[in-house]
Structures are given as C-alpha cells and as structure tokens.
Design a protein around this ligand. Structure first.
Ligand SMILES: NC(=O)c1ccc[n+]([C@@H]2O[C@H](COP(=O)([O-])OP(=O)(O)OC[C@H]3O[C@@H](n4cnc5c(N)ncnc54)[C@H](O)[C@@H]3O)[C@@H](O)[C@H]2O)c1
Ligand SMILES: N[C@H](CO)Cc1c[nH]c[nH+]1
Ligand SMILES: [Zn+2]
Length: 438
C-alpha cells in the first residue's frame, strides 16, 4: 500500500514550466486509447444487446450477481423506504442541503419572453423543459447522495417531465442515503447501473431503460468518455470527470487547512487532481510537511497518495498576478482563493467552474450544501462550460409572428439577400407576402 507522498514541485520561473504544466494537466494521461476503445465497445454492445448487455457489464464491472434486468430496477416505494431507514440527523442534513440547492437554482430559471414591433410583428423566445432527463450519479469508489440533489433539483426546478437516475451499486451495496436523496429530490425512476454502459443505455434506450433527451452528471473516466461519444445522439451537460482543486494561497492560511483542502478532492479518485499555487516558497514547504503529516491519518490514504503523487503539484510563482495567470491557464473545476482580499482578485479570474472566496470557504462546503451546483466542468473545459444548472434542463425555441405589414417589409430585405445567395425559392416565398404597390 502506497501512502507516502512525493508531490511534484514546479517553478513558474523554469524555462520548461509551460511544458511541465501541460504534461501535468494532460487529459491523455488519464484517458488513454485503451479507455476509449473499451468505452466504444461497451456502447456498441448496449446498442446491440440492450438489457442483456447491461446485466453482463454489471456482473463484470460492479461484481453483482444479477440474473436479469429486473434486479437492477428500483421502484419509487424503495426510495420511500430508504427515507425511513436513515437517521434523523441524516434526513435533516439532506433536507437542509436540498432546500439551499433549490433556492439557489430557482434564481436560474429562465422564462419565455417576447416583444412587439411597431407594425404588430411579435418576436420572442419560448422556453421549454426537457421531456426526459437522465442523471448519472457516481457510485464506484464512493457514494454521492449530494450528487443526487445536485443533478435532480435543477431538473425538477426546470420542470422536466421525467427524471431517470442511474447509479452503480458495486457488489450490490445499496446506499440508503443515495436513495433517500432521490426520494427528497423527486426522482421518478432509478436503475442500479453505472459506467459507460449506463450512459449508453440512457442515450440509446434498452428494453427497460427509457431513452432520454439529455444525459447529465459527473463520473469517472469511463463515464466522461462515454458522454463524449453519445453527444449528438443525446444532449450532454459537459465533461465532468475526475475531481480537481486548485488552491491559490498567499502563504497566510494554516498549511494544515490547505493540505486537507487538497486531500478533499484527491480522495475522490486516483485520477483526481489537486494543485497548490503560491508565491511563498517557505509556505509550499510547510504544506508539503502537512501533507506528509496528515496523510497517514486519512481513511482513503491510498487513493489520496496515488492522486497526489500522480497528478498533484505545488507550484511556486513570482507573485499573486502570476498565480492568477496560472489559474486561468489551468481553468480548474474548483478554485480556492485562499488570500486576504479575494474580492480584489476576482475580476482577474476568467476560467473556473466554481470560485471559493477567502480562507474560510473550503471547497467541501460547496460540495454539499452552500447552494451552487457541485457538478462542474473539469480538465480545462471551464474555458467554455458552466456549472450544471436549471438552464441545462431548459431549451429555447424562437418565436416569429409577422403581421401582414411586417411580412411585407421584411420580405423586401429577405428577397434581396436570398437572390444574393441564388436561392430563388426563398426569394419568391418572401416576395409572395410583399403587399402589391408598396
Ligand atoms: N465533476 C463533478 O462534479 C464530480 C462530482 C462527484 C464525483 N466526481 C468524480 O466522479 C468520479 C466517480 O468515480 P467512481 O469510479 O467513484 O464512480 P463512477 O460511478 O463514475 O464509476 C463506476 C463505474 O465505472 C465503471 N468501471 C470501473 N472500472 C472499469 C473498467 N476497468 N472498465 C470499464 N468500466 C469500468 C463501472 O461500470 C462502474 O460501475 C470520480 O472521479 C470523482 O472525482 C465528479
Ligand atoms: N467534489 C465533487 C465534485 O468534483 C463533488 C462531491 C460530492 N461529494 C463530495 N464531493
Ligand atoms: Zn468533493
């Protein structure tokens, strides 16, 4: 068992720094060709063999002795039973978290809108919830009741008609908190399947699993790779793969706090990434010492050690300006600004899934109950993706309702442009509506 650390040390003044940083961040080191090929094979099998493939993969990857698909379906009554099996403090914590997540997400709901032009033409946008959403809740190395809330509550706030959840139950171990969270969040159907096979089932449908319109939620490298491959067949929210944390610290926070913040994401997965950037070399040494002191006390020391040794780093920068440059280059899932005046640096941050401001705001609070979503873009995709939100479960249709006068006026412009494109059917269609003599 490896539980000692040899975390990489990088210096931004090193001429090869950019190269070293690229290597550290590279997704390829996590998602190699063999993962890709395995995921493609799994998707193909689920498309061809439906439920039978799901049963086989669940036996193979989750170590479950299942005979048929009916063993992998949980009725709503089972979710209600779970609510009675958890402790009162657990139920209260789930309800507090759910209420906070709901009130934050209610602010994100978009409504239809329109405006009327002088000639009576109405233009607008109709906002519609998805008919059916598929939520991936991870469950391989840990159970995530919090991810149930983070996935399902925005879907429900958006008004999605049917919310289908998939969650693996390795070795048949069902987590009552996960099911209780599904009950509280109003999930409609639950299948105990996971990995690439669950994503494929939601995307293509099987005899038992309904095909959904969009697959959302985080997962390991197999899940993230499968989501990339099914995009287009269904919508996806983003690539939310192995967890990441980037802490920018001015050197004045307790080094034990920072070490534990790094561990908090490293403990998710060997592939998770935890990085500290600071202009204070002595502080980096103190955090390295805290890492070595605290690691043996951790329940998940082995996973943390692999993550920290394989993908972690302590980065020395010239000053805080350079620290922020590095943060923008990394575009992390979670960015902790563990500094005296985080507000002063916020305007310079351009790319991060979520920004945790100040020494007291540990990332863990955002994972559970602050209110914002914890399903966030990873592996640099915060450059173009956003946190999971109500908007992921809503889509928009444009509305154009021309008055006769509006159609006549617009027809003239459309005719000129259509003829410029040599599309005469377009031109004549518009021209029919031009009022004669105008
Ligand atoms: N970005 C976010 O918002 C967020 C939130 C929570 C968790 N996470 C991340 O989600 C991930 C959860 O990973 P996990 O493994 O615990 O659960 P998971 O549910 O994502 O993956 C478990 C499944 O992976 C599949 N699998 C495992 N080994 C396989 C193999 N060798 N070949 C094919 N398939 C295989 C199995 O089907 C198994 O059911 C972690 O990386 C964690 O950091 C991210
Ligand atoms: N940090 C994860 C997102 O990367 C979310 C989570 C759930 N539970 C604990 N943490
Ligand atoms: Zn976490």
């Amino acid at each position: 068992m490896t539980t000692s650390t040899a975390i990489a040390r990088l210096n931004a003044a090193d001429p090869d720094f950019a190269h070293h940083l690229d290597h550290l961040l590279s997704w390829e080191s996590v998602s190699d060709d063999s993962v890709n090929q395995r995921v493609l094979d799994i998707i193909k099998a689920v498309r061809e063999r439906g439920d039978a493939a799901l049963v086989d993969f669940t036996r193979q990857f989750d170590g479950l002795d299942v005979k048929s698909m009916s063993d992998l379906i949980l009725p709503r009554e089972r979710l209600e039973l779970a609510l009675t099996r958890i402790t009162a403090p657990q139920r209260e914590a789930l309800e507090v978290a759910a209420a906070r997540v709901r009130s934050y997400h209610e602010k994100q709901k978009q409504d239809s809108w329109s405006y009327t032009e002088a000639d009576g033409t109405v233009l607008g946008q109709k906002v519609t919830p998805l008919d059916r959403a598929g939520l991936y809740v991870p469950g391989g190395k840990a159970s995530y009741p919090s991810s149930v809330l983070m996935n399902a509550i925005p879907a429900k706030v958006a008004g999605v008609t049917e919310v289908v959840m998939v969650v693996p139950t390795p070795r048949g171990e069902i987590n009552e908190l996960v099911l209780a969270a599904a009950c509280i969040a109003g999930v409609d159907r639950v299948f105990t399947i996971g990995g690439a096979q669950a994503v494929a089932a939601l995307a293509y449908g099987t005899e038992s699993v309904p095909k959904v319109d969009k697959v959302v939620g985080p997962g390991n490298i197999y899940v993230a790779t499968a989501k990339r491959h099914v995009f287009g067949q269904v919508g996806i929210d983003m690539i939310a793969g192995p967890s990441e944390i980037l802490v920018v610290c001015d050197g004045q926070t307790d080094p034990d706090w920072i070490a534990m913040d790094l561990f908090s994401q490293a403990e998710h997965d060997e592939d998770a990434q935890a990085i500290l950037v600071s202009p204070d070399a002595a502080f980096l040494d103190k955090v390295a010492a805290s890492i070595n002191k605290l690691l043996p006390t951790m329940d998940r020391a082995e996973i943390i050690a692999k993550s920290i040794n394989g993908r972690g780093a302590l980065i020395l920068v010239r000053d805080m300006e350079q620290a922020i440059e590095v943060a923008n280059r990394i575009a992390p899932e979670h960015l902790e600004l563990s500094v005296a005046d985080p507000q002063a640096w916020l305007p310079s941050i351009r790319h991060a899934g979520a920004i945790f401001m100040g020494r007291h705001t540990s990332e863990a609070l955002g994972d559970y109950c602050a209110g914002p979503n914890h399903v966030l873009p990873t592996s640099g995709t915060a450059r173009f993706s956003s946190p999971l939100g109500v908007y992921d479960f809503q889509k928009r249709s444009s509305i154009i309702f021309c008055s006769p006068q509006g159609a006549s006026e617009l027809g003239k412009t459309a005719s000129v442009l259509a003829r410029g494109e040599s599309l005469s059917a377009h031109a004549r269609s518009a021209e029919y509506r031009i009022v004669k003599g105008e």
